[in-house]
Design a protein around this ligand. Structure first.
Ligand code: BGP
Length: 478
């Protein structure tokens, strides 16, 4: 619908930006940090773009004060970051590593001093290697206890200081990449194992949220879900059904469990019939139901346009991790759906579809299905940027992208959706897990590239100044 007039953004709207430990920190062996599955995985030849690693990343571990000073100057209201589990427990459990914890205490204090609300992600994919080796990480129920203990340390440490918490970042992505596509650690390709690991992640997520509420932590907690709303390719009822199936298997399958503690009907029947359903215990439902989040974290990049895919149709296709436009392959689930190019939208050099209206649609679906506030925990444009001789970066394409998405949020608010804030991905440029350093997202350019010999110097992009005005005007001046 078209509104005659849009609502204002709420006064306390969190204009933010985000990062994740492995992608920014570096210092991978400092101050007692243990090894994570990503520290290991990036050393296997051929796994990442040009063998890039996060060993140094953008050196945020040593430069966090400089980065926070830039945030303060910009007027940023919230900064979402993640804690590396291996800094707190080098082996994933046991004795707390105080010097690792101290880094985050300092970081949070610096943010608070700068008037920036910390948004703390407990888990953004860097699982301690020791737990992967001991019991297979997410494939064992033992992870529930260890993850909960780790979260408890963070709750105790940051009680009253951190008011916004993200439990798991993109469970749907790390589980599917780790156990279906085999492109993230532990690089398994087995659907049955995937659904089992996923079930444990659901339980661990619920357990941590339950604890947060039992401890009466001041603040809010929720998971960040990577939501790509599904469209039907056209009005052929078979394609509409394919899109519904995709929504059921790729979205409701996670969010229904987070909110209602129950797997959605059609998806569960499909898993059962195909021998893919995870083993569950009678007490699981109770735990899942007792870990209801306070908000839904939504990471949004693009929509998926779906068509029917016969049983002998396409399966997993190659993704574009090189930045050569048009190199991604069609992929789908045989017998259910396949993803088509949407002819109505533009694409990035990594073939990601640019669809701001999809953000509004996704927000409305979440709000009306779950009746829950939304925190946009990621949204942004990964593109090549050019640093000029003058030290400037004219990223007008990023400004356009962000402007249109903020506009879509404003429309969603006007439609009746409650939105707590908006964190762009990302604050500084950083390591893209599989796409190296050339795929840039930040407001702040960092001199670091695939050779990993950059000076690591920071430069403000045009988008930095543009967002500064957006924040200052509380979203009026786009
Ligand atoms: C999300 C992750 C982020 C970030 C982002 C951009 O899935 O939570 O960590 O990497 O996607 O993706 P990419 O780096 O593949 O461009």
């Amino acid at each position: 619908m078209e509104h005659r007039q849009l609502d204002n953004f709420p006064k306390d709207f969190l204009w933010g930006s985000a990062s994740a430990a492995y992608q920014v920190e570096g210092a991978w062996q400092e101050d007692g940090k243990g090894v994570s599955v990503w520290d290991d995985f990036v050393r296997i030849p051929g796994k990442t773009f040009k063998e890039t690693t996060g060993d140094v990343a953008v050196d945020h571990y040593h430069r966090y004060k400089e980065d926070i000073a830039l945030m303060k100057e910009q007027g940023l209201k919230a900064y979402r970051f993640s804690v590396a589990w291996t800094r707190i427990f080098s082996e994933g459990k046991g004795k707390v590593n105080q010097s690792g914890l101290q880094f985050y205490i300092d970081l949070v204090d610096e943010l608070i001093r700068s008037g920036i609300e910390p948004v703390l992600t407990i888990y953004h994919w860097d699982l301690p290697k020791a737990l992967q080796e001991e019991y297979g990480g997410w494939e064992s129920r033992k992870i529930i206890e260890d993850f909960t203990r780790y979260a408890e340390v963070l709750f105790e440490t940051f009680r009253g200081k951190v008011h916004y918490w993200v439990s798991l970042n993109e469970q749907n992505i790390f589980i599917q990449h780790g156990y279906l596509l085999g492109t993230h650690p532990p690089a398994v390709q087995d659907m049955k194992r995937m659904y089992q690991a996923n079930h444990h992640a659901n339980l661990a997520n619920a357990s941590v949220i339950k604890l947060f509420h039992e401890l009466q932590m001041p603040g809010k907690i929720g998971p960040s879900f990577a939501y790509g709303p599904n469209y039907s390719f056209n009005c052929d009822p078979n394609n509409v059904l394919a899109a519904e199936d995709a929504e059921e298997l790729e979205a409701n399958f996670w969010m229904d469990v987070y909110v209602n503690g129950e797997y959605p009907l059609v998806a569960w029947k499909y898993l059962k019939d195909n021998g893919l359903a995870p083993e569950t215990l009678p007490e699981d439902t109770q735990l899942l139901k007792s870990g209801k989040p306070d908000f839904m974290g939504m990471n949004y990049y693009q929509t998926n346009t779906m068509a029917f895919n016969p049983l002998d149709g396409v399966s997993l296709g190659k993704q574009n991790t090189t930045g050569e436009k048009g190199t991604s392959e069609e992929s789908g689930r045989p017998g259910i759906y396949k993803r088509k190019e949407n002819p109505f939208v533009e694409r990035t050099n990594w073939d990601w579809e640019i669809d701001p209206t999809g953000l509004r649609i996704g927000m409305r679906r979440i709000a009306s299905r779950y009746r829950m506030p939304i925190l946009i925990t990621e949204n942004g444009l990964g593109e090549y940027d050019t640093l000029t001789d003058k030290g400037t970066i004219h990223d007008d394409y990023r400004i356009d992208y962000l402007r249109q998405h903020i506009q879509a949020i404003n429309e969603a608010i006007s439609d009746g959706v409650t939105v707590l804030g908006y964190c762009t991905w990302s604050y500084t440029d950083l390591l893209s897990w599989l796409n190296g350093y050339q795929k840039r997202y930040g407001f702040v350019y960092v001199d670091q590239d695939e050779t990993q010999n950059g000076t690591l110097k920071r430069y403000k992009k045009d988008s930095y100044y543009w967002y500064q005005d957006v924040i200052k005007s509380n979203g009026e001046k786009l």
